[in-house]
Design a protein around this ligand. Structure first.
Ligand SMILES: NC(=O)c1ccc[n+]([C@@H]2O[C@H](COP(=O)([O-])OP(=O)(O)OC[C@H]3O[C@@H](n4cnc5c(N)ncnc54)[C@H](O)[C@@H]3O)[C@@H](O)[C@H]2O)c1
Ligand SMILES: O=C(O)[C@H]1O[C@H](OP(=O)(O)OP(=O)(O)OC[C@H]2O[C@@H](n3ccc(=O)[nH]c3=O)[C@H](O)[C@@H]2O)[C@H](O)[C@@H](O)[C@@H]1O
Length: 343
């Protein structure tokens, strides 16, 4: 027999918070959860947070687009823990801060299983907000410039509400992130949770997946392999590219500051995809061809952040120019692809 009748009938008590939730007031350590910490941005964030000896870092990741490889230097470190966990399931741990990054970010991956992407954004964010509420943690969401959709206002300030297709192939991601932002602000207003929302614009750097599908990783891998650079038509669409170390610095300033956001984090330098291809060709392989190929639906035509809020409220602005960041990424890609630099 499974249990007696009084077990079945007695109402369930809500779980008591762990006594450890108060321990943070008596110890110097900050226990920080990073969801999606095995991914590109997440693993760079881990590196930065681990530099501070007062931090303990816990990564929860389902390895859909991330990898243990990105964290190999920390595995076994006494202040580091790695958990295989899908954020669509609840997580019960004790932490002081949550950087909530878990979500596939490259269009080819977030469109691969759109229902899962929207579950990750909605149920995953609900679960992390539930955790933040239970333990009184501050939570930061990595939202995206995609909440502006195909923007009719250019460049984009945080006050712009966006131009988003609610039923398109990108909606699982951009509408998913918009709901995630709504949940953050509703938990803040309704439950007093301390929230931070970053709207990240296209970020690039070492450790991006080689076959990630995003434009900078595609062009660099193609240039190194001597393959044509695939510019999706018309090629006049623009993006603003931020180097990952700058972005991570902005995320930490946002978490440590007092403003909820949303705050744009990105590099205002704006390039057409044809200009990006020309730059990659010039810096990495002048012999490669540039080939215009078909685009995907709902591709935003322009994107450039206004970063006045980040400058004024966080004292943040990006330092690494595209021409300086691309060679750093090239170096990492060459190592992983096993292609030496030509003399
Ligand atoms: N890189 C960018 O240009 C950019 C721009 C805007 C916003 N962002 C946001 O920043 C975050 C990180 O992006 P990234 O570029 O590092 O992408 P990434 O794909 O490298 O990293 C995402 C990580 O989340 C993990 N993940 C995915 N679904 C999960 C789930 N259900 N449960 C647990 N883990 C899960 C993946 O395995 C991966 O490690 C994402 O939230 C993304 O939306 C990134
Ligand atoms: O920064 C953001 O807010 C978002 O940017 C990206 O979206 P997207 O800008 O479309 O990223 P890419 O797939 O890198 O595409 C950028 C541009 O390059 C073009 N592209 C892409 C790949 C390629 O091989 N060639 C090419 O010309 C695309 O058509 C698009 O116009 C991703 O959705 C997320 O990482 C992130 O949330």
């Amino acid at each position: 027999m499974a249990g007696n009748s009084s077990d079945v009938l007695s109402p369930k008590q809500p779980p008591l918070p762990s006594p450890l939730r108060f321990s943070k007031f008596f110890q110097s350590n900050m226990r920080i959860l990073i969801t999606g910490g095995a991914g590109f941005i997440g693993s760079h964030l881990v590196d930065r947070l681990m530099e501070n000896e007062k931090n303990e870092v816990i990564v929860a990741d389902n390895y859909f687009t991330g990898s243990k490889d990105n964290l190999k230097k920390w595995i076994g470190h006494p202040r580091f823990e790695l958990i295989r966990h899908d954020v669509t399931e609840p997580l019960t741990i004790e932490v002081d801060q949550i950087y909530h990054l878990a979500c596939p970010a490259s269009p080819i991956f977030y469109k691969y299983n759109p229902v899962k992407t929207i579950k990750t954004n909605v149920i995953g964010t609900l679960n992390m907000l539930g955790l933040a509420k239970r333990v009184g943690a501050r939570i930061l969401l990595t939202s995206t410039s995609e909440v502006y959709g195909d923007p009719l206002v250019h460049p984009q300030p945080e006050s712009y509400w966006g131009n988003v297709n609610p039923i398109g192939v990108r909606s699982c991601y951009d509408e998913g992130k918009r709901v995630a932002e709504t949940l953050m602000f509703d938990y803040h207003r309704q439950h007093g949770i301390e929230i931070r929302v970053a709207r990240i614009f296209n970020t690039y750097g070492p450790r991006m997946n080689i076959d990630d599908g995003r434009v900078v990783s595609n062009f660099i891998a193609q240039a190194i392999r001597g393959e044509p650079l695939t510019v999706q038509s018309p090629g006049t669409q623009t993006r603003s590219f931020c180097y990952v170390s700058d972005l991570v610095d902005g995320l930490i300033r946002l978490m440590e500051g007092s403003d909820t956001g949303p705050i744009n984090l990105g590099n205002p330098g704006e390039f057409t995809m044809l200009e990006l291809a020309e730059t990659v060709k010039e810096l990495i392989n002048p012999d490669v061809e540039i080939k215009v190929v078909e685009n995907t639906p709902d591709d935003p035509r322009q994107r450039k952040p206004i970063i006045t809020k980040a400058m004024e409220l966080l004292g943040w602005e990006p330092k690494v120019k595209l021409r300086d960041g691309l060679p750093l990424m090239e170096e990492d890609f060459r190592l992983r692809l096993g292609f030496d630099k030509k003399n």
